[in-house]
Design a protein around this ligand. Sequence first.
Ligand code: PLP
Length: 287
Amino acid sequence: MSRIAYVNGRYVPHADAAVHVEDRGYQFADGVYEVCAIVDGLLIDETLHLDRLDRSLGELRIASPMGRSALKVVMREVVRRNRIGNGLVYMQVTRGVARRDHPFPKGIKPALVVTARAIAPDKIEANNRNGIAVATVPDIRWGRCDIKSVSLLPNVLAKQAAREAGAYEAWLVDKDGFVTEGSSTNAWIVDADGNLVTRDVTNNILRGVTRTSLFTVAKAAGIPIVERRFTVDEAKRAREAFISSATGYATPVVRIDDTAIGNGQPGSMAERLRDLYLNAARAGARP
Ligand code: PLP
């Protein structure tokens, strides 16, 4: 079966899906994106993702390409046409196409691309069963990491450095030695008192939708959460560590650089949170 993409009003074969060479996303990374997980045919945390898309667009003063209910129809249509049971739907909005010039052009329409792809559940399952390693790298990103912008070059470089170091994810470290987040995930530890600890959001990290949903289920289960920064050293001594993202939920970290975390096995908190999260997400999702 061939893949189908939505590009500016048309459903086209993925192989032919293209945007203009003067799309500002291509030339300036002048655009934003969202990734929403699909679990057993359900779009997970859809409202929170669309709320964040609106926020990102607002911060960059890019107009919405279409209303929310129309966008929901397109997302479902892309999922349906690609027959995705488990995977993700990707949405990207750029400021549009114009002659290359830095200031915002007048009178252009934002460009919208929506794609979807399958992810084998056993791939996610393997990471959760075995845990993953992270490598620490300096956080060299810009000052508005709260915007889910397509400008991801530092994240790409960080992830590549991690992979070359034999790790799955990079943890980005600020100039004071504190972990900000992962290259495409939020970073968490469990401290000696059993508190969940994750960095507070200013404009230095992305407010992960999964992070927000984990807060909700943890609070409901009476698990204490502290939003504060933590150093690499503290993380290495933590009882547990894990990462969160739309497509990975809560994935245990068993090694940071050369240091095993806890007993070197996936922790029970990550597993518990993942179960709570998936149950709640399934219950709240609409087909
Ligand atoms: N932090 C960064 C830098 C990300 O790119 C992502 C996801 O792409 C996340 C955190 C996790 O966000 P979410 O839980 O919404 O997937």
